[in-house]
Design a protein around this ligand. Sequence first.
Ligand code: 4NP
Length: 161
Amino acid sequence: MSNSKIGVLFVCLGNICRSPLAEALFRKAAAEEGVESRFRIDSAGTSGYHDGDAPDARTTETARMRGVEVTGSSRRIIGEDVEAFDYLVVMDAENLREVRRLVRGDGARIHLLREFDSEAGDDLDVPDPYFGGPRGFEDVHDIVERSTRALLDRIRADHGF
Ligand code: 4NP
């Protein structure tokens, strides 16, 4: 068994709504299964729009109502992240395009989070809730919670633990 941690980086546009939530919910699921110490978990944005900002209050409040704390400070993804993390998990097709530009050739490690969502239809985007899209923060929370649990199952299966 390798003693190095499995790196999982969640990526969205602003790193204040979807990806910090995914980071928190993946960490919670791993902790509940007693495997948190196997992972290094982080999140980043493809933009620097909110560099240094705390997560969006609408995200943290929705999560808090469900007993989940979302923390962190927004940062933009950098080239070194591509080497440093084993799984690069993006929220939508636009993030996918941006991260692919950084990765060059090793696209297999990039996943859309909703690849793991058993309830996703043809649309594999986690909707961007920031501008009050058709689905709100509650829906995003449900999608991300379901998908991060399934991602954890998948990674545990990949690594046999
Ligand atoms: P996120 O949401 O990508 O889920 O963090 C957004 C946050 C900020 C902006 C867009 C999306 N923005 O344009 O500032």
